[in-house]
Design a protein around this ligand. Structure first.
Ligand SMILES: [Mg+2]
Length: 148
């Protein structure tokens, strides 16, 4: 099972390089350059981890995109990509449910480390949900036949 990662950044060089390097690690990575495109993508496909630039031109900045992503995909973990001028926005982002933020320019190794942490948290949550579902299934073993 490959980790599915979406990278969202308006800096095309950074976007393409990051996606290429993640793919080289056999990760299922893809990139888009705006918040609007990110919202289209997350409806088409499920991503474990989303790297999201805070400062993007156009109608939707990273914080606005984060709000929508968390509404649509509450279990996807979001890591904010933050310039030195937007640390306060990242704090707001954490309140809105972002997993963490990382300062740009970020080292690729540091990005990978953060992605790994986010994925581990997500896996824990998935396991808890799976266990709860199994418990639901086993709690009333005779119930299926009550309807007959
Ligand atoms: Mg930007």
């Amino acid at each position: 099972m490959e980790i599915k990662i979406l990278v969202v950044d308006d800096e095309i060089d950074f976007l393409e390089t990051t996606v290429k390097r993640l793919k080289k690690k056999q990760l299922d990575a893809m990139g888009v350059s705006s918040g609007e495109d990110a919202l289209v993508k997350i409806k088409e496909k499920y991503f474990d981890v989303i790297l999201l630039d805070i400062k993007m031109p156009g109608g939707m900045d990273g914080i606005e995109a984060l709000r929508e992503i968390k509404r649509e995909r509450p279990l996807s973990e979001v890591i904010l990509l933050t310039g030195h001028g937007s640390v306060e926005s990242s704090v707001e982002g954490m309140r809105l449910g972002a997993f963490d933020y990382i300062l740009k320019p970020a080292k690729f190794e540091d990005l990978c480390e953060k992605i790994a942490q986010a994925y581990m948290k997500k896996s824990d949550q998935d396991n808890k949900i799976r266990k709860a579902n199994i418990q639901k299934l086993l709690r009333f073993p005779g119930r299926v036949f009550d309807q007959d």
